[in-house]
Design a protein around this ligand. Structure first.
Ligand code: MN
Length: 469
């Protein structure tokens, strides 16, 4: 289905707690009995129900706080939480990125109802350990908010955060925006103020993953996605602004000239990110709601894959459309961990254009490794349909594009530290082919038949007149 680029921003977007109630009302929330272990058992239960039910763990761990996981582990749920449909999701995200909405400040901030000026991260927060070789408890659904020392504009991103000490976190900062702002501060010998926000709206979670230029505050994209300015509050110890209705806020600083061991940690490709010296965050205080919810994302689960995939799809689609009006829709397949495999659906296009599109895809994001281009009769959200196109329209000596020695994902263990190959498969119908050769078989009128009117649910073989089984 083509994306509707005229889709308005969601005006019925739900915040976290209403979304949780919606999941419960519609049979999509599993509530655990008390006493589930934070070490592996909580992640195991969440994984078993992944994509079918979100999970809620009352009084998890020793501090008595509730934990929730799998809030957005389905593409349709993400759309629904934003008041959209699957078909309008990417268009609405593109519009939100193009037209951010400035946040407004409030003094009435639930996230600051309770203030802990001292005290340790554990056992205050129920921070779980998920995968087998994870080095220990990790905060996995925390929006890390920092501010450019130069422009004062904020950046919002999710980074994996290892509990390294009673009041210390280890952070993996890849060479993106958080690191750019920190490097500015560290060059002057200063720490960089940071806030880690846990338990935010679906719009904030998705907006945090937007691929946008440096000096774009992702909280403004969250506002545009929700159709209303996001209410923010100033942190107690810094100039940072955080979503006022968040569940939990950890205030601290990314420390200048400090590095410590972090990892391993189970990542989205279903492998471990390696242990190495990484950045260090000192915790200054924790604020939270009176009855806070701790959101955790199980590494490698559907929520992890989809949160990365959907905003990327929106950005990559915008990029491709600028050069290729024939591109109708794209999909980052879950089998390709929502990052590495891109399916592209083309409308009417020129001879050879599918290969140009494939090369454009490689350039759109370095994570993209394999691209399959198909025609518009192929459902790119159905891997079987894409495989059918490869099986019946693709010839390797004619339709294969291979690029050696390109930049890829460092987390893909088959690369040489991110240096590897790209492959494109042009599975579109060859130009000039006789029409009948590639006409897909179909029974005319099949979809229009009213099955309820034509099938008799009460009939048995024994009741058919004049016939005995
Ligand atoms: Mn950014």
């Amino acid at each position: 289905m083509a994306n509707d680029t005229s889709a308005p921003a969601g005006t019925k977007a739900m915040t976290l707690r209403p979304w949780l109630r919606r999941l419960e009302e519609t049979g999509r929330l599993a509530i655990a009995r008390p006493g589930v272990s934070l070490r592996h058992e909580l992640g195991g239960i969440a994984n078993r129900l992944d994509g079918r039910k979100a999970t809620f763990f009352p009084a998890a761990g020793h501090g008595g706080m509730a934990v929730v996981s799998g809030l957005l582990s389905d593409r349709n749920w993400m759309a629904e939480a934003l008041g959209l449909t699957s078909a309008t999701l990417l268009g609405a995200f593109q519009n939100a990125v193009a037209r951010p909405v400035r946040w407004v400040e409030t003094d009435n901030a639930p996230c600051q109802q309770i203030i802990h000026e001292d005290g340790n991260l554990l056992p205050l927060l129920p921070i779980p350990t998920h995968n087998e070789h994870d080095s220990g408890p990790y905060i996995t659904a925390g929006l890390l908010i920092v501010r450019s020392p130069g422009t004062g504009i904020q950046n919002v991103a999710i980074h994996r955060l290892q509990v390294s000490g009673p009041r210390e976190l280890g952070a993996l900062l890849l060479p993106r925006h958080t690191l750019a702002f920190f490097n500015e501060a560290e060059a002057d010998g200063r720490d960089l103020d940071a806030a880690i926000v846990i338990g935010v709206s679906p719009a904030c979670l998705l907006a945090s993953q937007a691929i946008v230029p440096l000096n774009t505050d992702e909280l403004e994209i969250a506002g545009a996605l929700s159709g209303a300015p996001l209410e923010v509050v100033k942190c107690l110890g810094s100039e940072l602004r955080v979503p006022a209705d968040a569940e939990i806020v950890i205030e601290g600083r990314i420390k200048a000239n400090a590095r410590a061991m972090e990892g391993p940690f189970g990542e989205f490709p279903q492998y471990y990110g390696e242990r190495a010296k990484r950045h260090v965050i000192a915790v200054d205080r924790v604020t939270h709601r009176r009855d806070p919810l701790f959101h955790t994302i199980v590494g490698g689960g559907l929520e992890h894959l989809l949160l990365g995939a959907i905003p990327r799809e929106a950005t990559i689609l915008s990029t491709l459309r600028r050069n290729f009006p024939s591109v109708r829709d794209i999909h980052l397949a879950l089998g390709g961990v929502g990052r590495y495999h891109l399916y592209v659906q083309l409308g009417s296009h020129n001879r050879g254009e599918a290969k140009n599109v494939i090369m454009g895809c490689f350039a759109a994001h370095y994570d993209i490794k394999h691209v399959v281009a198909v025609d518009q009769d192929v459902d790119i959200h159905d891997p079987r349909s894409v495989e059918w196109a490869v099986a019946t329209r693709f010839q390797a000596d004619r339709d294969l594009v291979v690029v050696s020695g390109a930049q890829g994902s460092k987390l893909d263990p088959s690369t040489d530290d991110g240096y590897g190959a790209k492959m494109g498969l042009d599975a579109t119908i060859p130009h000039g082919a006789p029409e009948m050769r590639f006409t897909r078989i179909r029974v005319p009128g099949q979809e229009e038949i009213d099955l309820a009117a034509r099938i008799d649910p009460d009939a048995t073989l024994a009741t058919i007149p004049g016939w005995q089984p």
